[in-house]
Structure formats: C-alpha cells, structure tokens
Design a protein around this ligand. Structure first.
Ligand SMILES: Nc1nc2c(ncn2[C@@H]2O[C@H](COP(=O)(O)OP(=O)(O)OP(=O)(O)O)[C@@H](O)[C@H]2O)c(=O)[nH]1
Length: 190
C-alpha cells in the first residue's frame, strides 16, 4: 500500500463541531464536551482505495480572536471541510463570510472543498434548511453533506469526499497545464 500525505483545514464558526468531526475521524468517539480550540494540527490515517493517506488536519478556531491563524491556513491547506451547524443560522452566515475570504485569498483557482451541515441529529431545532446548504455548495461547485459528528461512517465519508475533490482539482490543473504547454509549443512553432 502506498502512503501519501495531504494537508487540509476544517473551517467554520464557533461551536459548529469542527473538533468533534476531527476527533471522530481520529479516535472513533464523540466528544461531548465543548473546549474552544485555539488552533491545532492533528494527524489522521485514512485508508483510501489502495492508498493510505496521512491527513494533516488544521483544526481552526471559529473565534475572531484567532482569525489571523485561520486565514494563514487559507494559503497552506490543499483542501477544506467547510462546516456550519444546521441548528444555528448564524453559523451558516459566518461560514459564507469565511468562504468569501477564502476565495479572495486563493483567487479564481478552484478550491477543493466540501460543505458540511453538522448536527443533523438536532432536526427538531433546525434553523438552516437542507436546500440552503445545497444551494451554497452549488454556487461553489462542490459537494454538500449533512451529518452528525456522532456517526463515524458519515464523518469518514465526508473526509474521503474531500480527498476525491482534491484529486479532481489536481487532474483539472494537470489538463490546464498540458493545454498551456501545447499552446506555448504552437506559439513557438508559428
Ligand atoms: N448534538 C450534537 N452536538 C454536537 C455535534 N457535533 C459537535 N457537537 C457539540 O457541539 C459542541 C462544540 O463542538 P466542537 O467540536 O468543540 O466545536 P468547534 O467547531 O470545534 O468549536 P470552536 O473550537 O469554538 O471553533 C460540543 O459540545 C460538541 O459535543 C453533533 O453532530 N450533534
């Protein structure tokens, strides 16, 4: 089995469940306690087809106090899990702002991204409709999932989906590079 290393970031407002998702992926348990994250890097191993992936995960803080550290990750991470909580409208609006900033920092290049509506176990107090999450993902051209950090399979699925997005972007970049090279060669010949 080959091993590959990728760097990703989990972004989103305060208390949406970013750490809970990462802990579920790494330790297969649900973290009930809320301990605000400053800014932490964690490592997870993930089997992905024939490849073993070492995921270096930047678990960013949702707090404005740590906005600078979060935005630093906008330049270094190769892919992003963009999280809001379906039971808090404010977290959806915040995520939209974070994503606007991310697009400003990364420019027009397509960014490997998965939008995650977390805490779907709290349906009875839902404030953000599924269709709104779907619409946001559609405008970004990326996948959308609703899940709960309590359920391991869907959490692992979301991280795998992000890796697929990263692979797709890499293929598109390679194709664009080939086109550019062909164009340059043609220009040189003419
Ligand atoms: N009911 C429910 N609670 C959740 C879920 N995911 C996370 N939580 C809870 O929400 C609270 C906040 O979770 P965290 O993972 O610490 O949130 P965070 O996004 O990392 O927060 P910051 O560190 O402030 O950025 C904790 O009490 C978690 O147990 C979920 O899917 N369902």
């Amino acid at each position: 089995m080959t091993t590959r290393q990728v760097q990703i970031a989990v972004i989103g407002g305060c208390s949406v469940g970013k750490t809970a998702l990462v802990v579920q992926l790494i330790s297969a348990l649900f973290e009930e306690e809320y301990v605000p994250t400053a800014d932490e890097d964690r490592v997870a191993m993930l089997d992905y087809g024939e490849t073993s992936i070492k995921l270096v995960i930047h678990d960013t803080s949702g707090s404005e106090k740590f906005a600078e550290a979060r935005e630093e990750k906008y330049t270094t991470a190769e892919g992003f899990l963009a999280v809001y909580s379906i039971e808090r409208r404010r977290s959806f609006n915040e995520l939209r702002m974070f994503l606007e900033k991310l697009q400003q920092v990364r420019g027009i290049r397509s960014i490997p991204l998965v939008v995650v509506g977390n805490k779907v176990d709290l349906q009875n107090v839902r404030e953000v409709e599924r269709s709104e999450g779907e619409e946001l993902a559609k405008t970004l051209g990326c996948p959308f999932v609703e899940l709960t950090a309590r359920e391991r399979d869907s959490v692992v699925g979301a991280f795998k989906q992000l890796i697929r997005e990263m692979d797709k972007t890499a293929v598109v970049r390679k194709e664009n590079m080939k086109l550019k090279l062909t164009h340059c060669t043609l220009c040189a010949l003419l």
